[in-house]
Design a protein around this ligand. Structure first.
Ligand SMILES: [Zn+2]
Length: 256
């Protein structure tokens, strides 16, 4: 499949929902959308694959938006599928524009020319980066934590995953550790640190680039997507997480 160069139909790669100027929490959802610009012709994938976890994080946006409402927090959300460009990866990462995802080949990402790769970087990664960096710069005085919200598939390469909530960190572990120390008593969810992924899998890009380098504490929440399949389940999960994040913020009082 020959993927054309096309600038006109990508649309903005990041959307910020407005919030008070003194918000202390920033929510980020890089994999909120499975939208593929029309000119990329679905990257040669079946509709079923484009609806699956391969193209986005199902359920994550609902949780992220509800969290943003609870905290009156700004949310920066991705508007283009991670298969076009994964905004949680630097341009030099091999899986920033994956030619394969789990068990699926991505025909529209195979044998891209340097110009085609650069176009994805210019039209997706750079503007997403700029929007997120701008939000952080504008709220330097009030922000206390950046929370990125993701979901993962319960079965990966045929293997069942038992972990239900992953608390991940990058170079700065302080907030992830505070969350592990303030887990809800009697929580029904199997919660593990740095599972089902960790920074060694290259997933800490947003945390390190926008969090650690700005001295902004951060955490990446990975939620198993079978737990957040409906709006009701997403808001219940978000309520539980919001109380938990608040406890972790209190625990860090004086340290952040
Ligand atoms: Zn994700």
């Amino acid at each position: 499949m020959m993927t054309p160069l096309c600038d006109s139909t990508y649309g903005p790669p990041a959307l910020v929902l407005p919030a008070p100027a003194d918000a202390d929490v920033l929510i980020v959802c890089e994999h909120a959308s499975n939208h593929i610009p029309v000119c990329l012709d679905g990257l040669g994938l079946e509709a079923e694959v484009l609806q699956s976890h391969v193209a986005w994080d199902p359920g994550a946006l609902g949780v992220a938006q509800h969290l943003a409402t609870v905290f009156a927090a700004p949310i920066v959300r991705g508007e283009i599928s991670r298969l076009v460009y994964d905004c949680n990866r630097p341009p030099e990462a091999g899986d920033a524009i994956p030619a394969q995802s789990e068990i699926y080949n991505i025909p529209g990402n195979v044998n891209l020319t340097p110009e085609q790769r650069q176009q994805r970087i210019d039209l997706v990664y750079k503007p997403f980066y700029a929007v997120l960096a701008g939000e952080i710069a504008a709220r330097q005085r009030s922000l206390r934590v950046m929370v990125t919200v993701h979901s993962f598939t319960p079965v990966y390469r045929g293997q069942r995953r038992d972990v239900e909530i992953g608390i991940l960190h990058g170079d700065d572990a302080i907030f992830a550790e505070a969350m592990m120390e303030t887990q809800p008593i009697g929580s029904p969810y199997l919660t593990l640190m740095n599972e089902p992924y960790s920074a060694t899998d290259g997933v800490a890009h947003t945390l390190d680039l926008h969090g650690a380098t700005n001295d902004l504490p951060s955490v990446m929440l990975e939620i198993r997507n079978d737990l957040i399949t409906t709006g009701m389940k997403q808001s219940q999960m978000a309520n539980m997480l919001a109380t938990w994040i608040q406890r972790a913020l209190t625990k860090c009082e004086g340290r952040l």
